[in-house]
Design a protein around this ligand. Structure first.
Ligand SMILES: [Zn+2]
Length: 270
């Protein structure tokens, strides 16, 4: 390694403007906010409005740069330690943050976005387009199980929305089914967990997005379309779980009904 590597100088190209002041207050699912690009970089925004999503590379200036291992304690204090290069921890030797945001509008040098997880005044290092080929539909990831049920629900809801792209009744149903399945069956993205959905196409699509169950290699996903029933069957080698909806859901009842009010829950140990 030469000394050249030791003196990388980065000039921020803009700054985040958000209602969030304290890093601990930033919700996992992010919030709406603005990215203000400095005038000397305006040319670099030409045609940026052709994107629905952007990667932001930010500099988390309040981070601890001496941290090499960490427990994602905000998500779950009972998790084991991980090296920070296998996590999204804000604390790391170079606190470069990678954030995927939805681009809502462009007005001169100002990008209005949502899904932003940075505090007001965060320096912006770079912006890149999000491409279709960026998607890995079913990656292998550590099971960072959120301890707090509301946080868990919000994480699932965000994932469901980025997959299904509309807040329909059966998206809410799918999120509630996935939350129960996560509790009884563990990590939903595991190669030996089979999912059979009987119900609407919206239910099936959202559950596929949440479980990352593919039709093949390995075959994990089955779907029978019907409008008369909403049911999901989750199978792994030692247990099966069937969730049958007792009623419809909407944005209001999504957070109100208990699992038992919402589903007939049948668990079988094999
Ligand atoms: Zn839908």
């Amino acid at each position: 390694m030469t000394d050249d590597f030791l003196d990388i100088v980065l000039k921020p190209i803009g700054v985040v403007r958000s209602a969030m002041i304290n890093p601990d207050d930033v919700p996992m699912a992010g919030q709406p906010g603005r990215v203000e690009i400095f005038p000397q970089y305006s040319e670099a925004l030409h045609r940026i409005d052709e994107n629905s999503h952007l990667w932001l590379l930010l500099w988390f200036h309040k981070s601890d740069r001496n941290c090499l291992r960490s427990v994602p304690a905000r998500v779950n204090p009972n998790l084991p330690e991980y090296g920070v290069f296998g996590l999204r921890s804000p604390n790391r030797p170079n606190p470069i943050a990678l954030t995927l945001v939805n681009l809502d509008s462009v007005n001169g040098n100002i990008l209005q976005v949502h899904g932003l997880d940075a505090i007001d005044g965060t320096p912006v290092l770079d912006i890149k387009s999000y491409y279709e080929q960026d998607i890995v539909f079913s990656p292998k990831t550590p099971y960072i199980w959120a301890h707090n049920p509301v946080m868990r629900r919000n994480i699932f809801l965000k994932q469901a929305l980025s997959h299904h792209q509309e807040e329909c009744a059966d998206l809410f149903m799918a999120v509630r089914m996935a939350l129960v399945a996560d509790e009884y069956m563990g990590h939903l993205n595991r190669p030996d967990l089979m999912l059979t959905v009987t119900g609407s196409a919206c239910l099936a699509d959202t559950l596929q997005g949440l479980s990352r169950a593919r039709l093949a290699n390995p075959p994990r996903f089955n779907f029978q379309e019907t409008m008369s029933l909403n049911r999901s069957l989750w199978e792994k080698p030692n247990r099966t779980l069937t969730l049958t909806a007792r009623q419809e859901l909407n944005a209001e009842t999504f957070t109100k009904l208990t699992d038992e009010e919402l589903f007939i829950i049948e668990l079988k140990e094999l």
